[in-house]
Design a protein around this ligand. Sequence first.
Ligand SMILES: Nc1ncnc2c1ncn2[C@@H]1O[C@H](COP(=O)(O)OP(=O)(O)OP(=O)(O)O)[C@@H](O)[C@H]1O
Length: 258
Amino acid sequence: MLSWLGRGSTAEKAPDDKEAAERNADSDKREIRSEPLLTVSNVERSFDVGSQKIRVLKGINLDLYPQQLVMLRGRSGSGKTTLMNLMGGLDTPTEGEIHFKGRPFHKWDDDKRTEVRRKDIGFIFQAYALMPLLSAYENVELSLRMANTPRGEWKARIISCLDLVGLSKRMHHRPFELSGGEQQRVAIAKAIAHKPSLLLADEPTAELDSQMAAQVMQVFKEIVATENVSICMTTHDPTIMEVADHVYEMVDGVFVGK
Ligand SMILES: Nc1ncnc2c1ncn2[C@@H]1O[C@H](COP(=O)(O)OP(=O)(O)OP(=O)(O)O)[C@@H](O)[C@H]1O
């Protein structure tokens, strides 16, 4: 097990792990104190393929609280990405409701959801989605430009985000001059620069070796603690699930277990 792994996951908790139980109790207290940032209620998503209807999500319920880090695990094709797309307002459910900060995403048109997405949600993908000709600094700057952040705030925010991910010394490097782990950390800085409340990450460590994956997860932990962000990510890697406040196991479009 990696030494930096701090929090206990509810999915794989040893019964005698007192420390983990206390941490989960802390997490529960936080849940009771605060309103959820995002609620997913009885959500279904079907796709029409030719004359067939494919039911991908079959009744999903999930509450994500401020400063929580949750993970979705499940086999390829179980519906994790489909759910993340709904949580991030990239798609709307066939049935059920999604509220983000009380806003009814399931009823809103794409323009309204895009507006919220630009300001308040960050995305990280497996393949880092960086602009290859721009430096780390300029990549982060791009996200502030997109979010219409006042220009006077850019420099300090870019430096602080790159510092947070441990890359302030490499801010003028372009992606090809950085390792995979460093590129992913630039992608994280880019995704949080506009101060979103929600960060969605689809397999953010899939391309990384275990040491780089550990660094990325360490950064996630710091972001949750210092940036007031909630993170929902998908993963197949059991070693990093230790960091999660909660792990949702998805099988064929439903959550199984607790
Ligand atoms: N737009 C779409 N049209 C038709 N089928 C779709 C569409 N989007 C997803 N699906 C189907 O829904 C199922 C779930 O896909 P999804 O990408 O959500 O799974 P996943 O759990 O994220 O898998 P992976 O771990 O491989 O990324 C798959 O069978 C996929 O083919």
